[in-house]
Structure formats: C-alpha cells, structure tokens
Design a protein. Structure first.
Lengths: 564, 189
C-alpha cells in the first residue's frame, strides 16, 4: 500500500502497541497532525510544554510497563524535551521521543526552528536516528521501539523532517529487527549462577538489595521466592520501592542517603550482598570506599557495564533478572537466619525511621501518613523532587510495584504534575496522588490545563513551606544557615487551581488535613490541596555526602532512650 | 597500574556513530591517546582502533561502555595478546645543505622514506610501532620540525581468527528475535 510518511509513522506506532502519544504541535509537524486524527487507535494528549510531554510519557511507561511516546516539533519543541529525555535515560525508562525536523534541503543551514537535536541528545539517548528518506522510516520506527524496550530500557530519539512526513512510498512493516550490534544477554552464565548460589547458601548475614530492575523485569515472584526460601532480608533502593511489599516481614525499607537507618546498618554489616537490578548509585552507597566492608557481592544486572562500575563485585551475573533468578532459586537451599533477622529487628526498633513527632502545626510527614491511611496504600504516588519526595518515600508503605513514581537518577523538579498525568492516563482506574513541593509545582504548573482538558481525576497535594526545602536543609547543615536563593515567594495555589477550573482548598490547621484528603478523593475530577507546612523541617535520616551509610544523622529518638 | 591498552572495535557505518563513540569517551573522561578508523573488507562496516591509557579496571569500563553503543558490533581489548601494532607519521623537518645528509642517515636507519624535498626542508614518512615513531620524532626535533601528522595506532592480534574476524559464508547480520538459552550467545562471564 502506498502511504505517506505520516501515515507510516502512525501505522508503525499502532503495530508497536502504542495507544497514547503526549505531544505538542508545531510548523514542521503539521502533516503529522493532519494524519493522527484518522487513526482513532492513537490517543493524542496535548500538553502545555514539551517537558510535560516527556515526563508524562515517562510516568506512563513506568506504571504500565509499555513504551512511552512523546512528540515535539523542531527547534525549541525538541530542546524542551531534553530534560525529560535525560530523566528517562538515568532511570532506564523506555521512551520514544519523536521530533519534527525542518525539510531535508534546509538541514544544516541554520533554518528557522532548526536544531541538531540528534547531536544534542547523543549522551542521553540509547539510540537515535535522523530519518532522511521516507523509505527508511518504517525500519527506523521498528528499530527505535525495539531498542527502547529491550535489554536495559532507555530513551530513543527519532528526528523526522517535514518532507519525510509528506513523502510517499510503499509501506511494508519490517517484521524482524536487524541490529547486529545489539545483543542483550538475557540468560546468566550457568557457572556464575552456581557460584552465586554457593555464596547464598553459605552466607550468615545476607541482604538482598533490590532495585528498579525488578520492576522492569517483572521478577516480583522470583524475588519473593528467593527471600522467603532462604529467609533473606530485602532492602530496596529508592527506585526499587514497591518491588517487594513493604508490609512483608522480610522487608527492611530502603537504603541510602535518606533511607532507613536500619536498612543502612543491615547493608553495612552484611557478609553477602545480593544486588539485583540496581547500580550502586552514589545516593545508595554513600562513600564507596567504606561501603559494606564485610560483604561479598553478587551483582545481577542486564547491563554488563554497570557491574564493577562503582563497586568491585565477587560474582557478576549478566542477564535478565527474571531468567537468572528462576535458575538461581532452584539452587538456593531453604535456610533460616533467625539471629541475623533479630539483629535487624533490634536496629529497626532503635532507629524507628517512621515515627512522627508530636507537633502543633502540620508536619509534612503527617500529611503523607494521612494519605496512606485514607487510601489504605491503594494508590499511585507521583512525587516531585526534594524534601516532599523523600517524605513520600519514607512515611508511606508501598506494597505494590510501580505505585511509587519518582525521578531518581536525574532528580527533576517539575516531574510531579506531568508525571501524575502520565500515571493517571496509564492506569485510569487507580487513585493518583501528586505530591508536589511548592518549588517543583511551579516548574510545570501549566500542565494543570492538560489535567482539566483530559478530565483526569488527580489529587494534588502541594506542600507549601515557602522554601526550596532540600537546598535550604543543606544550607542549614553545611553552610551555617546562610540561606541564599532558597526563599520562595509563592502565589495563592488555590487561586491558581481555580483559575484553571480545578477545585482547591488551603489547609493550615492539623485538624483540617484528614477531611481535606477525603474531600479530594471523593471529588470527581482534579482537586488541589495547598498544605501550609512547618517551614524549617529537615529530612532525616541523612547520610552526609561521602560518609558511610551507617553514619546517618537522625533526630534524637525517644524510643531508644526508653529502651536503654 | 596505568598502561597503554589497545581496543579494537567493529562498528556499523551509520551517520553519527563516530560522534556517539567520541561523546561517550569524552564524558566519562577517559584518557585517549589515539583513535584510528577506516573501512574494512565488508561494506557498511568500519574498524576502529582506540589506544587508551589507564589501569585494567578503567579500561574494561571503557570497553563495556563502548559495547553498549548500538552501532558497535564487537569490541575487544587485544593488549594482552601482544598484537601487531603500527602507526604512520609524516614529518616536515628543516633541512639545510649542511644538515641534510645527517637527516638522510637517520631516515635510513629508521627505514623511513623521503617523499618531498624543498630547498630548506624535506618531508619523510615513517611506519612502525609507536615507540619507534616517538624515537624518530625526538631525534628530528633537534633539526627543527616544521609540521607533523600522525595517524594513530592500528593493530591486529597475532595468530588465527581474532575477536573481530568475520567468518566467510557466515552472515554478520544477526536477525534478532526471542532467544532461547540454547541459541543465545552466553555472555563472556
């Protein structure tokens, strides 16, 4: 069948199982925007800033496991995607970013709205292609979708000039992908798996550190089986939150700079670390030279380059987690670690990371706990970046995978609103709570219009403390409270919501917190609650940069002093 | 322990590949001594020779990161196999009637070739190991080097088929589908 490039793109996306595109039009995309409406299988969601499109597609992908697609025009549209693409790159999210480009005869001439987006995104994409010929388009889309999702997922960019959208050719969808240089190893080496099993069977103080790789590989039952069979405590990374139910008796929270003290202590004192689908990021390890000094390390990951990058590894295993763990589980013996688990429980009682002290005014931690009680944990939490993000991770029990959606690697403020949009579009039946700091909220506030236009029932909690909280905390702890550039003049967030046609309430008294949360959840349609919270509150525990994770700072703990 | 490592890679000849590889090397701050790239017997493919200085662990990281580039088909560190490594240099050295004969003697000793003669300079071409080329250039410095260009090292492993050998009658193109454990190439470790 003879088709235009625009039609070919739409047909290929449908063949790849794409149902949603987050986009924003522009000059060079006009031929495409004239074609998309003819394909009702593709739902196009108009955002208000291309960064919103990228973040929404990212969050959509995290909660559904499908390919996220975002679309932007050439020039400034494309450059506005860069932050979102970098975010997907660092968190290994399968994202297909499609940018329009000026017609081929204009390329390289500094034309109107021309930018070398392929060159700009080289360091933050897994793969990219500038498609100069409509005959190459179908193959390019097939390859791009494949590369984005297979192996370690990541963002892929397709840059398509306007005349390629308008070009016509015989369309045939390539069934097979021909990439001789792309050969992800999916099955671990049997000798290595055996070595790992031997270490697991002889360890006295093992700890599993589970990261986002478990979510990507959907290896939840395999992880559970390993932990339960050999009675090994499970600590997750920040992005791994939810991959192992936090209410499970073997769950010991998450490790790292703001992780639970007992999780950090467990890892620090372990004699074997079983690292699955995590990359020993500096936020998780603290000072690398003093990280887990007593432990041997089994590291299972699909990306060989991550193994041995930060931490030296005793048993490296390259492969897809689900496959490797299935084989490993067959070789792991039933064991008990009663003494070790009792030790962890003792540390948990000495460092109760989830206590909320009594306070007259509204503590942000209190809000998070109230949201947990109101939803019974049955919700998707999408956060921004900063203090509110950390409290949302600490004071909520995440039992389901992909119920905690947060920007980890890049730490992008402004992720919260478009992220909540992506999450709700991906899982319309789920309750979605957007946990926004007053700073991050204002970075992508324009997406409130998208929420209303698409009628998305999202509950937004804005934590208004008048500060760029996390930076202020560091200025307090390390720069002697020399606060500069962190005090925020904020608008009336409720008035802003109402200007967008969104119902809102301002809550400044503790007693009003719970009713407001219930009101938001009962309301059909988006709802914003502005919480006036305690201004100079700090996130604890806190591992200062470069220190060992066992040397965390925490608030004085009444429980511990009582026990002594 | 830092030492010179020679990495050889088979890459697809697609626009932007060199950019992607160079960008990856730059942003991870690897110490690159030279990069040489050129076509090989199979159309659509190029061979890159990268000489990088560092300890074994860092160079292994370089190798693994480069392997992640989709267009890189295979990459191997052949330092350990004492490969045959050569590079070429062209040097325009100042030569007066009084110094010319001495320069020619040095050229002969190093089995270099004079390819151009001018009244006050001459251009010579030398091929050899990097050490040999380094030594010759040091000797010529005394006479005054006007201009110089080096290609960077290219290398082949000794003996039978190396890591980048493309077997005859075996298509390089691998069509990727769902792999089973038996068919799938096991990782190197």
């Amino acid at each position: 069948m003879i088709k235009t490039g625009a039609e070919i793109l739409c047909e290929c996306l449908i063949k790849e199982g794409v149902e949603v595109i987050f986009g924003y039009p522009g000059g060079v995309l006009l031929p495409l925007y004239d074609t998309i409406p003819r394909y009702p299988q593709l739902r196009h969601i108009l955002v208000r800033h291309e960064q919103g499109a990228a973040h929404a597609a990212d969050a959509y992908s995290r909660v559904t496991g499908k390919l996220g697609v975002c679309l932007a025009t050439s020039g400034p549209g494309a450059t506005n995607l860069v932050t979102g693409i970098a975010n997907a790159y660092l968190d290994s999210v399968p994202l297909l970013a499609i940018t329009g480009q000026v017609p081929t005869h204009f390329i390289g001439k500094d034309a109107f709205q021309e930018i070398d987006i392929t060159g700009i995104t080289v360091p933050i994409t897994k793969y990219s292609q500038l498609v100069l010929d409509v005959n190459d388009l179908a193959k390019a889309v097939r390859e791009a979708a494949y590369v984005a999702q297979v192996g370690r997922p990541g963002p892929v960019l397709l840059d398509i000039p306007r005349d390629v959208f308008q070009g016509i050719t015989e369309f045939s969808y390539p069934e097979k992908v021909d990439l001789p240089g792309f050969k992800p190893k999916l099955f671990g080496h049997p000798t290595q798996v055996k070595k790992a099993a031997d270490l697991v069977n002889s360890a006295e103080r093992p700890v599993i550190i589970a990261g986002r790789g478990i979510n990507i590989s959907r290896a939840f039952p395999e992880l559970k089986e390993l932990a339960e069979n050999a009675q090994i405590p499970v600590v997750t990374t920040f992005l791994g939150i939810g991959c192992f139910p936090e209410s499970h008796v073997l769950s010991y929270g998450w490790l790292g700079m703001h992780g639970m003290g007992y999780a950090n202590k467990a890892v620090h004192n372990a004699d074997l670390l079983i690292a699955v689908g995590m990359r020993f990021d500096d936020r998780a390890t603290g000072g690398v030279s003093t990280f887990a000094p007593l432990a041997r390390v089994v590291h299972i990951d699909i990306d060989a380059a991550e193994i041995g990058k930060n931490i030296s590894v005793d048993v490296p295993i390259v492969g897809d987690l689900k496959n490797v763990l299935q084989v490993l589980n067959k070789q792991v013996d039933r064991r008990e670690h009663g003494a070790w688990l009792s030790q962890l429980d003792e540390w948990r009682s000495l460092h109760p990371a989830m206590e909320i002290r009594h306070h007259e005014d509204i503590l942000p931690q209190y809000i998070i706990r109230q949201i947990h009680e109101a939803t019974k944990g049955d919700t998707i939490i999408v956060t921004g970046v900063g203090q509110a993000q950390m409290w949302a991770a600490q004071y909520f029990y995440y039992d389901r995978p992909n119920s905690f959606v947060s920007s980890g690697g890049l730490g992008t403020m402004g992720f919260e609103l478009p992220g909540a949009i992506g999450a709700k579009v991906g899982c319309p039946q789920e309750t979605v709570w957007c946990i926004a700091g007053d700073g991050g909220f204002q970075m992508t506030v324009q997406e409130l219009a998208t929420m209303v236009q698409e009628d998305l029932d999202i509950n937004i909690a804005v934590f208004n403390n008048g500060w760029l909280g996390m930076v202020r905390q560091w200025q307090e702890l390390f720069y002697n409270k020399r606060y500069f550039g962190t005090q925020l003049y904020n608008p009336d967030f409720v008035k802003i919501a109402e200007a967008y046609g969104i119902k809102g309430v301002k809550v400044s008294k503790k007693i009003d917190v719970r009713p407001a949360i219930h009101k938001a959840m009962e309301h059909k349609g988006p709802f914003l609650i502005e919480f006036i919270v305690e201004p100079e509150e700090n996130v604890y525990p806190f591992v200062p940069p470069g220190k060992t994770i066992a040397e965390f700072l925490e608030l004085p703990n009444p429980a511990a002093s009582l026990k002594k | 322990m830092d030492r010179r490592h020679i990495l050889v890679a088979l890459v697809q000849d697609r626009p932007g590949v060199l950019n992607r590889i160079a960008s990856m090397l730059r942003r991870r701050n690897f110490n690159i001594e030279s990069i040489a790239v050129g076509h090989i017997e199979q159309p659509g493919l190029s061979r890159m020779t990268i000489v990088v200085e560092g300890d074994d662990a860092s160079v292994e990281q370089v190798r693994k990161q480069l392997d992640k580039v989709i267009e890189v088909i295979r990459i191997a560190d052949i330092t350990g196999e004492s490969p045959v490594a050569r590079e070429m240099a062209m040097v325009k050295v100042k030569a007066t009637p009084s110094t010319r004969s001495e320069i020619i003697q040095i050229v002969d000793i190093f089995r270099a070739n004079i390819v151009d003669v001018a009244p006050d300079s001459l251009i010579l071409v030398v091929t050899g190991t990097s050490d040999k080329v380094d030594t010759l250039i040091e000797l010529l410095r005394g006479f005054g080097i006007r201009e110089m260009s080096r290609t960077g090292t290219i290398a082949l492993p000794r003996g039978g088929p190396g890591p980048l050998t493309i077997e005859e009658n075996k298509p390089l193109r691998r069509v990727v589908e769902q792999a089973t454990p038996e068919e799938e190439n096991l990782p190197d470790w």
